[in-house]
Ligand binder design. Sequence first.
Ligand code: EPU
Length: 422
Amino acid sequence: MEKIIIQGDRPLNGTISVSGAKNAALPLIAATLLAPGTYKLHNVPDLRDTRTMLKVMEILGAVWTRQGKTVIIDSTNLTGLEAPYDLVKTMRASVLVLGPLLARSGYARVSLPGGCAIGARPINYHLRGFEQLGVTTVLAEGYVEARVDGKLQGNVVYFDNPSVTGTENILMTAVLAEGTTVIKNAAREPEVSNLIDMLVSMGAVIEGRGDDRLTIHGVKTLNPVEATIIPDRIETGTYLIAVAATGGEVTITDCCPDHLPSLIEKLRSCGVQIEEGKGTITVKREKQAEIRSTDIKTMPYPGFPTDLQAQFMALMIQADGVAVINETIFENRFMHVAELQRMAADVRINGSSALVKGKPRKLLCGTQVMATDLRASASLVIAGLAAHGKTEVSRIYHLERGYENMVEKLSLLGADIKKIQE
Ligand code: EPU
């Protein structure tokens, strides 16, 4: 197994570009199942999760090749309609094939994902939504077997919480249903809008892009297209926080500043300088400048993303004052706290809140820590870059699910970081 070794307390300086968004690439890859033919997806990050999604596509009979950042997928001949446990257990987003398979073939069998390090993460909203569109679902032997009886029928689908992949799955089903579907309390994340843009270019009729109420007028057929994955806002945010934590000045290119309204505002209130450009963000923290403690509460977009909560905590552990971090999306997303405490961070958890008492950076020290999930791993890397001494992060396979070339990108900025075989 590989681990990351960091010699901390070095500023980051220079320019890096961000990759395409993992959480947009996954639904866009799944959407190529909707209409037979050849699709070209641009700016697809080469990550463990995108590779897993492409494996799922292979199992279903799609054929794909990669040319640089472009993935060409031919979904003409589907030979299977089942996503097996072995793949789904490694990536929950495999459930995104349910919607397009139901729309195209009227049947799908997908393993239930099971537990997850950050919370229970059920898929009941997806299943309820499918049922409202005329799908019968049966849970048996750890699988959900979904079947369209007759034709998919448009209907009103309401989510108790705005679910990102739930909204995407229902969108991909409703586009080929008879009549009109209205998704109420839909997720408004930019990744959902990226999918809507692709579906519309395929011939779907969807109103309300970016809104929490989406209206889908079903069409009879869709066409294969070319589509481009949006920049990864969570990767962008992770590097913004890293520079805020270490000091230095970095320009991030190929990104979309508009997709990070809450983080940019929070970093500014911490005292970090941020300049937004067209497709670029420059972040600067003077060497001696103090970081002010700032509270955050994770919320659906455009609120503060749960996928940046752990990284923001790695900044707050060195801030001046006390910050309250409230996690409202997932019930178990504080696994990084025990590891940050090993680096001398002062964090106390009370239910869904964490009280972070910042301390001077010189009192935070590197040590051996263990990554527990993707974003927790990024948090430990940030803490290690800022702390004194050596940090060893093990179980970094989590990191490779969602960050393309993180070690190389941070090295480019002057970090003393390397990957070694344990
Ligand atoms: N929920 C249910 N039932 C459902 C669906 C969701 O109770 O059927 C609950 C969840 O437990 C959670 C809330 O609704 O409390 C929102 O979850 P959501 O469905 O939006 O999460 P998701 O679609 O499974 C996506 C991202 C996650 C990200 C969340 C929240 C993808 C592939 N994954 O997950 O990304 O944290 O939205 O923004 O888009 C990550 O990249 O590290 C990651 C975990």
